[in-house]
Write a protein that binds this ligand. Structure first.
Ligand code: ARG
Length: 459
């Protein structure tokens, strides 16, 4: 028995009907569906559709259904087409005709959009908390790294020395944008669809403003046709998740490289690594690789969803049912990836000797050039002079630290006795001046700013 069988002569062909069943996954919307129905019961009572007695019966039955589903998730199953049909069947089984009145003036088209909006507004803050845990770990690691140095890279070639703290905060900065992007997706879902009916609106006098307020929405959708086909908020959510996964994949890649034998800047905890079935020496960064790999899956969900939406005619179309598996899978993928990344990052140990070692040598060339600039030489000229020094040093297999004072003077008479001191990683970072730089003062201020931001969010 479906919600629509009255119009049909024959029972549906299972091959076609089963294909359309969504209860297997939209059961995740159970709570939201009941929440929406409780509010709708109030709204149509207010519109004079439900008597006080019917309203009371519906409300107490819906509350009992909600409680049972919360207590025992296995209650939320059956032969029903979808979660909306399930809740209505349960209701009618309990209160008969009163239950049959609840769907007056309402359509599953607006109901399913409402449910998904409620779901996202409930779940996005949970996702943000998980994200904040990882951001907090990056900040903790930044603090723990103290004055440890490492090279920064461009083109994956050594570029300039930075504090290890600065590197950790770089990843925190990207994740912080994801926090804001998730909030934006939640704000986009913040609109009440009820009152839209199947597509044209509802003939009952429901107070949509009061309904919106009651369900925690700050506004009502602008247009009923648009409301039945709009899933932009789903695309925005999938985009926010995809970009967060892209950031996690980059972080994973950095640590895969930097924990490897060739770099060795960080040591992976045994607890967050795996071994090889054949090669006894291996310590593999599987969790990081899997985070990187699952990014493809999240991006695929976004791409797939955009393709599903493309070219749909106005109003509800069954294609839209595909939104839910995309949302649930993206959410689960990001959550699991955040937890795995947290497990790895929170247990990393900096090998500051190795990382500082890699931050010395010819990557100080820009600092040497800046020294000449401080003595009055135009930068373009200084770049040439230091370029020639680098060429010479490379030929000899030496670096700035190996040069005698006479050699410095030969390169340019602007080099004073203090020139060799300028060519160290410590002085390179200490001489940075801007707030976004790797100067120890700026990094200390950045850590404090992160702490303040997180405290403001109740962490
Ligand atoms: N399961 C459907 C979905 O997820 C619910 C809406 C059904 N509406 C309809 N006109 N068949 O989209």
């Amino acid at each position: 028995m479906t919600l629509w069988s009255g119009r049909f002569d024959t029972a549906p062909d299972p091959a076609a009907f089963d294909f359309g069943i969504s209860f297997g996954f939209d059961r995740h919307l159970f709570e939201d569906d009941v929440t929406g129905s409780l509010a709708w019961a109030d709204a149509i009572k207010g519109a004079g559709v439900l008597s006080d007695a019917d309203h009371a019966a519906i409300v107490s039955a819906l509350q009992a259904i909600l409680e049972e589903g919360r207590r025992d998730p296995s209650f939320v199953q059956g032969p029903d087409e979808d979660v909306h049909s399930f809740v209505e069947r349960q209701l009618v089984e309990r209160v008969g005709d009163a239950g049959r009145r609840l769907h007056t003036g309402r359509s599953r088209n607006e109901q399913v959009s409402l449910d998904l909006r409620l779901y996202l507004r409930r779940r996005i803050p949970v996702l943000q908390q998980t994200l904040l845990t990882l951001i907090g770990t990056c900040v903790d690691q930044a603090e723990a790294a103290g004055s440890a140095l490492m090279p920064s890279y461009t083109h994956l070639r050594r570029a300039q020395p930075v504090l290890v703290s600065h590197f950790y905060l770089a990843h925190a900065s990207a994740l912080r944008r994801d926090h804001a992007r998730l909030a934006a997706a939640s704000a986009e879902a913040d609109a009440l669809t009820l009152g839209s009916g199947a597509v044209a609106g509802t003939p009952y006098d429901v107070d949509t403003a009061a309904l919106a307020k009651r369900l925690g929405f700050s506004r009502v959708v602008l247009n009923s046709i648009d409301a039945s086909s709009d899933r932009d908020f789903v695309a925005s959510f999938l985009y926010a998740v995809s970009l967060a996964m892209v950031h996690l994949s980059r972080m994973a890649e950095d640590f895969i490289i930097f924990t490897g034998e060739e770099h060795g800047f960080f040591e992976l905890s045994d607890a967050a690594a795996t071994g090889s079935s054949m090669m006894p020496q291996k310590k593999n960064p599987d969790p990081l690789e899997l985070v990187r790999g699952k990014t493809g899956r999240a991006v695929g969900r976004l791409t797939g969803w955009l393709v599903t939406m493309k070219g749909l005619p106005s109003g509800y179309n069954k294609d839209l049912q595909e939104d839910k598996e995309a949302v649930f899978d993206a959410e689960a993928t990001l959550t699991a990836s955040l937890l795995a990344a947290h497990s790895v990052v929170s247990t990393l140990v900096t090998n500051s000797e190795r990382s500082a070692d890699a931050a010395s040598g010819l990557l100080l060339a820009t600092d040497v050039a800046d020294y000449l600039v401080s003595r009055g030489m135009p930068f373009r000229r200084a770049h040439e002079v230091v370029g020639a020094m680098v060429r010479r040093l490379l030929l000899d297999g030496r670096d700035f630290g190996d040069m005698t004072l006479t050699e410095w003077r030969e390169a340019s008479d602007l080099f004073g006795d203090d020139a060799p001191k300028a060519a160290t990683a410590e002085s390179s970072v200490a001489r940075k001046r801007t707030p976004q730089s790797t100067s120890p003062d700026a990094v200390r201020a950045a850590i404090a700013e992160y702490r303040g931001w997180m405290t403001g969010l109740g962490r």
